[in-house]
Design a protein around this ligand. Sequence first.
Ligand code: SF4
Length: 186
Amino acid sequence: MDSLDQLKIQASTCVKCSLSQTRTNSVFSRGNPKARIMFIGEAPGKNEDLEGKPFVGRSGQLLDKLIKQEMTMEPEQCYVANVVKCRPPDNRDPKPEEVQSCFGYLEGQLNWVQPSVIVTLGNWASRTLLETNQGITQIRGKLYPFGSSILIPTYHPAAALRGRGEVLAQMRSDFAKAKQVMEANG
Ligand code: SF4
C-alpha cells in the first residue's frame, strides 16, 4: 500500500474537525494518481458526500466534458480532489479552522501526484491556494508558480451551469491553456 492509499484511509476515519460529525463519506479523490494535471475544487457537495467521490453531479459532468473537449484527454487521466475532504453542512464555505485541519491531506496528495499543472476550480479554492483576496474574474486564466507546478485558476463548473455562456467560454479557454502548459512542460 502506498502512502496515497494510507492518506485516503486516514481521511475516511478522520475526526480532526467538526465536519466529521455531519459527513456521510469523506471524499478523497478520483482519477489517476500519476496524472500530470490535477483539478482542485472547494469541498464535497451532497452527491459527492453520498458517493464518496469528488465531482460526480452535474458539475462533475461538465468538468469531464471540458477535459474531453478542450484537452482531448479522458477524465481518468486526470487527478481530481477538493481542498476540504468532508461536506460542509448546507454547502457553506469551509471555515478557516476546517481548512487548517484538512490541508495536510491536500499537501500529501500534491506531494504524491506531483502534477505539472494544477487547475483550481472556483473562487474559493483559487483564493485559498494562492492566498490572495483577488476574485476569480481577476485571476482566472493566468499562470502562477506553485511549488514545482504551474497553477491556473478558473471558474467552478457550477458557475458555468448557472451563469452566462461567457463563463463557459472562459472556462474552455482556461482548459485549453492548461493543456498547452502541460505539453510545454514535457
Ligand atoms: S474535513 Fe478534513 S480534517 Fe475535517 S474531518 Fe474531514 S478529513 Fe478530517
